[in-house]
Design a binder for this molecule. Structure first.
Ligand SMILES: Nc1ncnc2c1ncn2[C@@H]1O[C@H](COP(=O)(O)OP(=O)(O)OP(=O)(O)O)[C@@H](O)[C@H]1O
Ligand SMILES: [Mg+2]
Length: 469
């Protein structure tokens, strides 16, 4: 029955990462159990699946026992799921059934609604509501389980059964249901440092090789549920798109006139000196090539970052007007790494980076000293690889705090710029810039050369400004 005919197009979860993990078992005639703790995202996942198929003209039926349709539709809007239109087009039907006293009545009621249309997806939210109305007798539960087991085959659809789990538990309310289901997904909450981390456990997916059991996910305003399975190293893409280095001495230092987009840049400076020069590197690279840049700062509010950028651009020789125009195309976000969990922030940043060419993380020493390296490094490693696969260039800027962190950052990068303070002849503090690039010789540049170089980059940016009006 799970065979796909032209009349019954394939079904998807609508979350590509999930499709690639369980897609083979996500076929007509299958029973999917979505179990989870209160507020863990069961309804969000089911609505996402419903909508993703409905927009492909495959009708979805959503049966609830407690939740009002209006409330569901309103809530879905905040998740970026517009359901009204699909409902008006007859592609999404909400049905609220009363909790019947008898199992026979209930099955009849469900039978009546599922026959109305050729549904591709049928959701029952949730089976706990049904079970609460039943006697505790094993016979009735078994009968219900059998009914659910045959329903997807009879209707040539996927049946999604939502099941509520008490916190701290992952035992399903119908004991045998795990064995008859084709897919079992469990949504969990974990509290770390008082913050919520969400995980999806794929307990079972018939016919799919499963190596990853637990995946972090987030639920994001207007974007819905997003999932990030760890990237397999052999699948990391080296984006060979070239980014021109907009001045000669920097190109000499790095050994070629351009760098690749997949090269991760680490810029470090002493914690007490914070040279404005450090900010010029990503500015020069992105603005001279018209790249879309996002700055994520863990340290300063947006306004302060704007100020620093304008100051750097001013030193690169750009006029006030030009600075104003350039700044409007740079996106800046300030994030407090402690207000949300580690996996949430790492994933939130990935979603912010969508459509950007270059992302600058400013003040990475802050999250690095806070989280246990054992947990921080895997999150960072996965994030870097995700961004690489998205074709985003990564720049990480950090004060030098300690050797371990510095080495971790350097080892995860392809290009390192190290600003070292030196005393100049006039007695002022100057810098020497040490550069390392994987596969090239190391290089030491004096500040006056670097400054000239950045003015050269500035004039390229200027001409681009004039050119672009
Ligand atoms: N607009 C939103 N942006 C971000 N997160 C949201 C938004 N709306 C809801 N959430 C989060 O999504 C979580 C999951 O909600 P959902 O209703 O899908 O969970 P559930 O498992 O069905 O809960 P319940 O056990 O109450 O049925 C909520 O706890 C909330 O933290
Ligand atoms: Mg719910």
């Amino acid at each position: 029955m799970s065979a796909t005919t032209p009349d019954s197009p394939t079904l998807i979860t609508g979350i590509p990462e999930l499709d690639s993990l369980i897609g083979r078992s996500f076929t007509r005639g299958s029973m999917v159990v979505v179990a989870g703790h209160p507020g863990s995202g069961k309804t969000t996942l089911a609505l996402t699946i419903c909508r993703s198929n409905a927009v492909r003209q495959i009708p979805c039926l959503y049966i609830t026992f407690q939740e009002d349709k209006d409330k569901l539709v309103r809530y879905a809007k905040f998740l970026g799921l517009n359901l009204d239109e699909l409902e008006a087009m007859g592609l999404l039907d909400f049905v609220k059934l009363p909790v019947s006293a008898s199992i026979g009545d209930l099955i009849e009621e469900i039978g009546n609604v599922v026959r109305r249309k050729n549904y591709g997806i049928i959701v029952i939210d949730s089976i706990n509501a049904i079970l609460a109305g039943l006697e505790r007798s094993g016979v009735e539960r078994l009968y219900l389980q059998n009914y659910f087991y045959t329903l997807p085959t009879l209707t040539n659809s996927i049946l999604i059964l939502i099941s509520e789990l008490p916190l701290e538990s992952d035992i399903l309310p119908i004991a045998g249901i795990e064995f008859v289901a084709d897919i079992v997904v469990i949504l969990k909450h974990k509290i770390r440092r008082g913050l919520i981390e969400r995980y999806m456990e794929i307990r079972k997916a018939r016919g799919n090789p499963l190596s990853i059991a637990e995946l972090p996910f987030i639920i994001e305003e207007f974007k819905g549920l997003k999932l990030w399975p760890p990237i397999i190293v052999s699948e990391i893409m080296e984006n060979r798109e070239e980014i021109r280095i907009p001045c000669k001495s920097l190109a000499d230092a790095l050994g070629s006139p351009s760098i690749w987009k997949s090269e991760v840049i680490y810029i470090t400076y002493p914690s007490n000196s914070r040279p404005i020069y450090a900010a010029m590197i990503p500015l020069a690279l992105s603005l001279a090539s018209n790249l879309k840049m996002l700055v994520v700062s863990y340290k300063y509010p947006k306004e302060s970052i704007y100020y620093l950028i304008s100051k750097a651009l001013d030193m690169m020789g750009l006029t006030e007007d030009e600075v104003k125009r350039l700044i409007s195309i740079i996106e800046i976000t300030s994030l407090n790494p402690f207000s949300t969990s580690l996996s949430s922030i790492a994933h939130y940043e990935i979603s912010l980076a969508e459509g950007k060419d270059i992302v600058v993380f400013h003040g990475v020493d802050i999250p690095m000293v806070t989280f246990k390296l054992r947990r921080y490094i895997p999150a960072l490693y996965n994030q870097i690889n995700y961004l690489k696969n998205m074709g985003v260039q990564i720049v990480r800027m950090s004060s030098y705090i300690n050797r371990v962190m510095d080495r971790v950052n350097a080892s995860l990068s392809d290009i390192v710029f190290r600003f070292k303070p030196v005393m100049t002849e006039s007695g002022r503090l100057g810098y020497r810039i040490y550069t390392w690039r994987r596969g090239y010789h190391a290089y030491i540049m004096d500040l006056n050369i670097f400054e000239l170089c950045m003015r050269e980059a500035g004039s390229i940016i200027k001409s681009r400004c004039i050119h672009n009006g």
